[in-house]
Structures are given as C-alpha cells and as structure tokens.
Design a protein around this ligand. Sequence first.
Ligand code: GLN
Length: 550
Amino acid sequence: MSARGPHRTRYIFVTGGVVSSLGKGIAAASLGVLLRERGLRVTLQKLDPYINVDPGTLSPLQHGEVFVTEDGAETDLDLGHYERFIGTTLSQDNNTTTGRIYRNVIERERRGDYLGRTVQVVPHITDEIKRSVRVLSEGHDVVICEVGGTVGDIESLPFLEAIRQFGREAGDRAMHVHLTLVPHIRAVGELKTKPTQHSVRELMRTGIQPTVLICRTEHPLDDQTRAKIAGFTNVDLEGVIVAVDVDTIYEVPLQFRRQRLDDYVLRRFGIDAPPPRLESWTRMVDRIKAPMRGTVRIAVVGKYTELVDAYKSVEQALIHGGIANDVEVEIDWIASQELEGSRDPSLLEDYDGLLVPGGFGGRGIEGMIAAIQWARENHLPFLGICLGLQCAVIEFARHVAGLDGAHSFEFDKQSPHPVICLMDDQRRVTTKGGTMRLGAWDARIADGSLAASVYGATEISERHRHRYEVNNDCRARLRAHGLAFSATSPDGKLVEMIELPSHTWFVAGQFHPELKSRPTAPHPLFASFVEAAAAGLSANARPKAAALGG
Ligand code: GLN
C-alpha cells in the first residue's frame, strides 16, 4: 500500500453546515469504517470550539454524555461513535477544544516561549490547532478530523482557518468533507438545495473548497438535484453523497459504500487498496434490522432522560446487547424524579429489565432507589452503572440491612449511615475539572460470582468516572444480609461490583461498561443483562419473590 510512513498520512477534515445535529460524527466514523476495512490505519479526531478545557464540567443536558477514554480523558460523545465504529481505542489526543488550545498557548506564553512577540490567533492559535492534528499522524494512514459546530459560527473560525492552512500545506494529502442538509418542503413537495448552496459558499468564504458533500435528507435526491448541487459547489458529481435517514446508525457505512464514497476518496488521495470487507458489518446491521427472537423492553431510570444524547453509550450498549441475543431492545427513558411523585415504580411491571445509569447530584435519587427496590423485590433483571451501583447499595442498606437513613455522602452530609462516601484520595480535591477517578482501572472478580461467569474472567479492566465509593465500614453488615461484593480493586480497597446471589440477575458496577461496548463486540455485561431480560420475556411470568432479600 502506498499510504505508509508518517509523511504519507492523509487528512480528511469534516465540517458541517446549515444546522447542527446532522450527524457529522456518525458520517466521519462511517467513512472511517470503510477506509479501515480497506486495510488502512485510521484514526478520528474531534475539535470542539467551546471554551471549556474538556466537557467534563458540562451538564449532560447541555452537551450530552461525557465519553471517557482509556487514558482517563473526559471527551465529546462523538469519540464514543468513533470507537464503536472503527473499533480502536482513542485517547486525549483525539479530542481538543478551544479552551485546551488557548491553555496550551497561554502556558507557553507564561513560560516565555514567545518572548518579545505578540501572541495572536493567527499564527499562534492556528499553529497549536494544526499541531494537535499532526500529533495523530504517527502510525496512521488516515486522520479524519471533525470540526464541531456549524460553519458560520464565530467560535469555529480559528479552527476553519487552521484546517484551511493545513489543507494548503498538505496539498493532495488533505481533503475537506462538508455535511449539509437538503430539507424537504412538504407544502410544495420539493427538496431544497439552497441551504446547501449557502452553506458551501460560507465555507468557501473561509477559503475551503470541499471535495465531498454529504447531503442529509429525508428523501432520496435524484441525479438532477445531485448534478445541480455539484454544479454550484465545484464538487465532482461522484463527491455528492446522499445520506437519506436510515433505520440504524450502523447502516451509514453501507449507505456510503453503495455510493462508492471510499473509492472516490482513495482515488483522490492516490491510494490503491483492496475493496472493503464489510461482510461481518453487514451481518451485524441485518441482525439489528431483523432480530429473530422478538423484543425486550428495558426501562432506563435516570436523571437526564430528556436528552437521549446524555446516555448515548448506554443506549448503544443496550442495542449491542440486543445484537448479541438476536432481540430488539426497546428502551424507555424514565425520569427518576417522576418515580418520586407522579408515577409509581410498579410501572416497571411492563418491562423486562431495569437499568439505572450514572449521574451527579441529588435530584431524582429517591426515584432511582424506588425503582431499584421494585426490581429487587420483583426479580426484574437489574443493571446498575456507577451512580446506579451507589443507589442499589443505599436501597439495600435501608430496606434489607436495616440501616435507616442510609445515604450517599454526596447527597446527605448528615446521614447516620453514609454507605457511599468520598474516596480517600478525593478528600483534598478542591477543583472540579479532570479530578475524578478517571479512565481504565483494573478490578478483580470473585470466583464463582455471576460477574465472573458473565465476563468469563476474574481480571478485568473498565473505565471509571466517579468521586464516591462504597463505604468499607459498611461492607460486613451489607454482606451479612446477602449483598455480594463481587469485584474490588486489585488491592481490595474499592468496591467495583455488587450482585445479589438470591436474585435472578441483579448486578451493578462502579465503572462504565457501556464505554467499551461495540456493535461487533457487545460488552458481556450488556449481553448478559439483555439475555436475562429476554429469558424473563419467554418465561412469561417472573417469580414474585416478596420474601427475597428479607
Ligand atoms: N456521582 C457519583 C460519584 O461521583 C456517581 C458518578 C457517576 O455515576 N458517574 O461517585
């Protein structure tokens, strides 16, 4: 292959226009899949124009989930799509923000590295942006770099200028892909190309000529419309790709392949590569679209249910669990706060499984606890993630172990039984950004536990993002009442997993397994949880174990 070697790395810059939320991340990742399946070493990067140094301090309701990488970086949720699509592990280098870029430049200025010179957006900020892209060249044939936001935003300008310069310097080793919207106006029954025209013109005003246009649309574009778009944007007809809405995001690479997007990109780069091997990807998509074994219904009871992006990886991992079991997973997002008043936890009767995901702050905690209590008492399969584990421990402490008023120190500083407390090395932490227990940590699973059989291993590594932990002073009491601490950190000091041996499937982890699940390799915890939920479905009646757990 002619693409090897650090000097031959190709760069694909992906921008978006017209409106946000067009799925730039999915488009970038899908192109990544095609190039990877043609034998190229591909990585993806996200440049975010906001001033936060990372999204770690952002509310999930503002910006969606925070995706945590192995190396403990708190990153944009698009990195989740990247990892799930191209199957590799990314790092802090794969996501940067305006805040991080400026911080690096200002630190250098304070050190005196620019002594005597005025530090400016051009060239200092743009150089730092270019450097952050170039860092990824090593070991990769193609770097796909997505610029967050929409062309025309004030915040994006330094990024657009930087990728314009980069494109110029890299010559035919760089190309620009622009994602636009072609809306369908129902009143006249027509697709409108004008917004695309304006968006490309806006992009060109920054000096960037796109090579590929990906047109998001509800209805297929006919060739005449494609030719019209090609005509007014100076893009080859082959480069005008139509992205009609599809049933599952995992279909997008196949949709691009049908239009030979990868052939066009590789030809423009002068790369010769065998056709993509998409057999197993296609099988996976077929399975999502036509599951053989019916549907399981999962209730996700969480704090940020108004925005499904807040639980992107949880949603995807559940879908992956469905792939593993050949079932469709129907997910209902239930605001935990509603279970504190307007709705009764017995609504869980209609579901085959309960998942309580991660979160921060006291709002809605009692609703999660009520849901978990119902699941425990009624043998509904339960998977708890991070805060979900903490709530399960509080519930068990209060209702089974007789520790009235048990709570997490995060929510109740006066609780007589702080069964969840601040981790030792968090006690002195005063700043919020990047200070939690983050990234991959090893855990050891107890032999003979459900967790051990689910993982098929006793040594695991999972990604974390938390400050609080199970209070070790409470462990003996909880254990005596039947709660199993099925995994701990290798030194035994931190609880990593709990389970209820008396229950059909009741498991929780202090970590975020959803971050490592992939459509082609569903995470064992999600696969097993969905399997348990599917078993409940076919058995029809769940044992009503009123006596369970005391
Ligand atoms: N708020 C809890 C903690 O900090 C749980 C965090 C989470 O769910 N990610 O420990």
